[in-house]
Ligand binder design. Structure first.
Ligand SMILES: NC(=O)c1ccc[n+]([C@@H]2O[C@H](COP(=O)([O-])OP(=O)(O)OC[C@H]3O[C@@H](n4cnc5c(N)ncnc54)[C@H](O)[C@@H]3O)[C@@H](O)[C@H]2O)c1
Length: 336
């Protein structure tokens, strides 16, 4: 039985505690938070769980094999570093760290210590995103022209990060997974309305090779909750709407073609195809369950996680480029 400690019992941490507690292969031995009231609530929900305001108690416990970290982003690096130095496998929430240097240090240390380092890019564990990858890889959409991703809602305003570092890790991790490549350049435009130092709306442009482009729009200032991604290909188009309860993906047999031969310049040279719409069946299992199962499998079977530390670093490289673009008057930033 794998013994797990969870650090951070705010909004997201209790979901990790619940999912680890439901597995037959793991037991949540200890949890930590700075807030006593949150620890009291966890102790009520999970009798026998040991609570502490000092996360080092978890790391110093030789009985604990792995830790999951769901604390604010600026604390990820320090806590994950301590955990790896303490010999624990680490699952850290997204984004893996607040800078490229921090993420690189974690990846290096995990490699040296031969410990698993995994990042909580939860959407890569959804059946919908897995299905989209399958469809793109099958060639059904043809050559991918562009992706447009929107992640909008009212709040939740974060103290230590802007809307890009908060919401875009999801869009970026999905896009990198679907396309299997890193962008060459990133441009970002954003603005701050509520807290003058923190962007609350932003649009990122990620330019890949071969004229392939991805747009990501993030907002904490939108009346609607929007979680929508459109993938446009040369043969078909696909829309993923995560807010839909069941019919999350639609494949549109729509395209536009420039005919090879046409008689005169007066003749309109484009033809539009309007075909059927297909809604593939998607399994509705909780992605966080699949994520914690994968973490445990990787530890027990010595396998590299799909959302490895390296994958977390790739996402941070894109976030870093977006931040530099925001800081430098929306310049186009070539990825380091
Ligand atoms: N994968 C997802 O879909 C998803 C969803 C939401 C949040 N998250 C991520 O989870 C992390 C936490 O987000 P949240 O919304 O739960 O934040 P939160 O502010 O609600 O909770 C963070 C908790 O960490 C505690 N904490 C801070 N420093 C600590 C320390 N040194 N030791 C112990 N506890 C400490 C705080 O007291 C707080 O209770 C972030 O990285 C966020 O990006 C991921």
């Amino acid at each position: 039985m794998l013994k797990v400690g969870v650090i951070g019992c705010g909004y997201w941490g209790p979901n990790l505690i619940r999912n680890f507690s439901q597995l037959s292969s793991t037991v949540v031995k200890r949890v930590s938070d700075l807030d006593q009231a949150r620890l009291k609530r966890m102790a009520e929900l999970y009798p026998g769980i040991e609570t502490t305001t000092d996360y080092r108690t978890i790391i110093d416990d030789p009985d604990v094999d792995a830790v999951a970290i769901a604390t604010p982003v600026h604390t990820h690096h320090g806590i994950a570093l301590d955990a790896l130095n303490g010999g624990k496998h680490v699952l850290v929430e997204k984004p893996i760290a607040a800078s490229i240097e921090e993420a690189e240090e974690l990846v290096r240390l995990a490699g040296e210590r031969r410990l698993k380092l995994m990042v909580g890019h939860t959407f890569l564990f959804t059946s919908a995103v897995r299905k989209m990858k399958e469809i793109i890889d099958s060639g059904e959409l043809g050559e991918i022209y562009y992706i447009n991703s929107q992640r909008l809602n009212l709040g939740l305003f974060q103290q230590d990060i802007n809307v890009v570092w908060d919401l875009a890790p999801h869009d970026i991790s999905i896009i990198l997974y679907l396309l299997g490549q890193m962008p060459r350049c990133v441009t970002a435009v954003g603005a701050s309305h509520i807290n003058p130092a923190v962007e609350d709306i932003a649009i990122l442009t990620m330019e890949f090779s071969d004229n392939l482009i991805a747009f990501v729009q993030n907002s904490w200032l939108d009346p609607d909750k929007v979680r929508k991604m459109t993938v446009v290909g040369s043969r078909k188009m696909m829309v993923y709407d995560d807010v839909q309860p069941t019919e999350k993906i639609r494949i549109y047999d729509k395209r536009v073609e420039k005919p090879k031969y046409y008689d005169t310049f007066a003749e309109f040279p484009y033809s539009y195809k309007y075909g059927d719409i297909l809604i593939p069946k998607i399994n509705g299992a909780e992605p966080l369950h699949a994520q914690v199962c994968h973490f445990v499998d990787c530890i027990l079977n010595d396998v590299e996680p799909i959302t490895s530390g390296k994958n977390g670093l790739d996402v941070v490289k894109v976030l870093d480029a977006a931040q530099r673009s925001l800081d430098r008057g929306n310049n186009k930033i070539r990825l380091r």
